[in-house]
Design a protein around this ligand. Structure first.
Ligand code: AMP
Length: 189
């Protein structure tokens, strides 16, 4: 199973991704977590990404593709993986396809959480109180992240629909309810 979880910021991707990855026994690869780790460790990548992330903008495709290329070559990805927060642009999706071709494999499914904007903003502001994430702390930055999503990422719906592997899931409701919708969808992938 080579899976992607997609959704606007605050859709609950991280929570559901952790569940899917453990159920399928595949690694959960969050590019956002990898970047935050790089920042914490003060690496060159972290230094390049920090200001962009804090402003709620997307990090450059080149940096992200390099990061993913290295990660996907690791042994634990041999039997599949779940990407969370990647791809986020059409160029990243193309790059992922060609990386996977080298391994003679392809994406099995994209699970997309669909949630309204106003719910997203209030969820993120709430999360910002505990997470300590600079990009969750301010309404303007949150709105910028959501607009980055609609400008650059939402197009991936069409991209994966064309490949017949887009699975939309209603992302509104209790965590358990959403998980059971995902379980339903997984049986079709
Ligand atoms: P996330 O944890 O997925 O919400 O990501 C947090 C931030 O990391 C995003 O707002 C972007 O600045 C950056 N980021 C994570 N993944 C990507 C990606 N695939 N492409 C570009 N920027 C990314």
């Amino acid at each position: 199973m080579n899976l992607i979880i997609l959704g606007p910021p605050g859709a609950g991707k991280g929570t559901q991704a952790a569940f899917i990855a453990s159920e399928q026994n595949i690694p959960h690869i969050s590019t956002g977590d990898m970047l935050r780790e790089a920042i914490k460790n003060g690496t060159e990548l972290g230094l390049q990404a920090k200001a962009v992330m804090d402003a709620g903008n997307l990090v450059s495709d080149e940096l992200i593709i390099e990061l993913v290329k290295e990660r996907i070559s690791q042994d634990d990805c041999k039997n599949g993986f779940l990407f969370d927060g990647f791809p986020r642009t059409e160029s990243q999706a193309y790059a992922l396809d060609s990386l996977l071709e080298n391994f003679n494999t392809s994406i099995s499914g994209m699970i997309a959480l669909e949630v309204d904007d106003e719910i997203l903003i209030s969820r993120l502001l709430e999360r910002g109180k505990d997470s300590g994430r600079a990009d969750d702390s301010n309404r303007e930055i949150i709105e910028n992240r959501i607009s980055e999503y609609y400008n650059k990422t939402a197009i991936l719906k069409t991209y994966y629909q064309r490949k017949n592997c887009y699975y939309g899931v209603n992302g509104i409701g209790e965590i358990d309810e959403i998980t059971s919708r995902i379980i339903d969808v997984m049986s079709k992938i």
